[in-house]
Design a protein around this ligand. Structure first.
Ligand SMILES: [Zn+2]
Length: 80
């Protein structure tokens, strides 16, 4: 799954393009905080609908298999 880090600029108005800052990784957030808000904290959120996750549905039975886990793949074998 993919996680993004979100910081809320509480002294900006909702809808202001600077109200929310979204970072793709903690390092990017740290860089930004160093320059813009040394006291700031970003919170991690899971990205929903992330199609890049390495999971596949078995074409035979429809079970969801995690393709990163070799033991799951090997354990999931159909005889036909
Ligand atoms: Zn299957």
């Amino acid at each position: 799954m993919t996680t993004v880090w979100i910081y809320v600029h509480t002294n900006k108005e909702v809808g202001d393009r600077d109200h929310l800052k979204v970072f793709g990784n903690p390092d990017a957030a740290d860089e930004w905080f160093k320059d813009n808000d040394p006291e700031g904290v970003a919170f991690g959120y899971e990205v929903l609908g992330d199609e890049t996750r390495p999971r596949s549905y078995c074409p035979a039975c429809g079970a969801l298999i995690d393709m990163r886990d070799l033991s799951q793949i090997l354990a999931h074998v159909h005889d036909t």
